[in-house]
Design a protein around this ligand. Sequence first.
Ligand SMILES: Nc1nc2c(ncn2[C@@H]2O[C@H](COP(=O)(O)OP(=O)(O)OP(=O)(O)O)[C@@H](O)[C@H]2O)c(=O)[nH]1
Ligand SMILES: [Mg+2]
Length: 285
Amino acid sequence: MPRYAQLVMGPAGSGKSTYCSTMVQHSETLNRSVQVVNLDPAAEHFDYPVMADIRELIQVDDVMEDDSLRFGPNGGLVFCMEYFANNFDWLEESLGHVEDDYILFDCPGQIELYTHLPVMKQLVEQLQQWEFRVCGVFLVDSQFMVESFKFISGVMAALSAMVSLEIPQVNIMTKMDLLSPKAKKEIEKYLDPDMYSMMEDGSNTIRSKKFKKLTKAICGLIDDYSIVRFLPFDRTDEEGINIVLQHIDFSIQYGEDLEFKEPKEVEEQPANLNYDEIFQDKVNS
Ligand SMILES: Nc1nc2c(ncn2[C@@H]2O[C@H](COP(=O)(O)OP(=O)(O)OP(=O)(O)O)[C@@H](O)[C@H]2O)c(=O)[nH]1
Ligand SMILES: [Mg+2]
């Protein structure tokens, strides 16, 4: 039986931990069991019950206080994650093995983890060996996405995670509830963006001709291949949360192996049915 995982990633403060606790609560209402693993060795608080916590293995504070290492907060975090990658047996033991597990991994916010460091990729490969189907969930704060040039950097961050991890990825704009009605309207165009026209919008903010050309080329690439799309996430909107969950479930084929429901029997129709006539009858009646 496969197991299922969401790797919840995104820049610092983008709402990863909040997303995890919202998903746990939402899943409870659906009668689904979803567990969370905290993978942030610097985490101070989160309000979901954890099934495993990386801080039991290693903590950033301890690394920073170590006289022989002398790391700052970011170097310390990278050290912790590398240590974690060398000790995956800790994770294996903490996860146990329950059929049909569905686990959210709340990751740290350092962006370098998703751009060039190998640890997330190693984690994905390890999870896949343990029969997990893994979906990347990349969160970006909608507050920072209301201008074209910021949107492009958000897209690039999401894209770099997609390219380095090589797993299905769902990109999400968080904190939609904080947007004013005007900003909400404005952001709609970013949810299904026409990157070319966006480039025209942003022409005032990018002054250098050379960079305009580069940005245009990037926008064209993203648009032509439809590679990055965002779903809105408003933690107060159950319907919206459900749509996000459905996208993720679909990408890892969650539910495919669950019980199969017989389709309702349809009354047999005469073979030479004239649909135009039936339609016309309906319209007339
Ligand atoms: N209103 C609102 N606030 C949110 C939402 N998501 C997150 N926040 C707030 O944003 C702040 C950061 O949220 P976190 O969930 O801790 O973000 P994070 O990505 O886990 O942060 P790091 O782990 O530090 O990278 C907190 O104050 C949250 O309450 C949201 O959907 N709506
Ligand atoms: Mg967090």
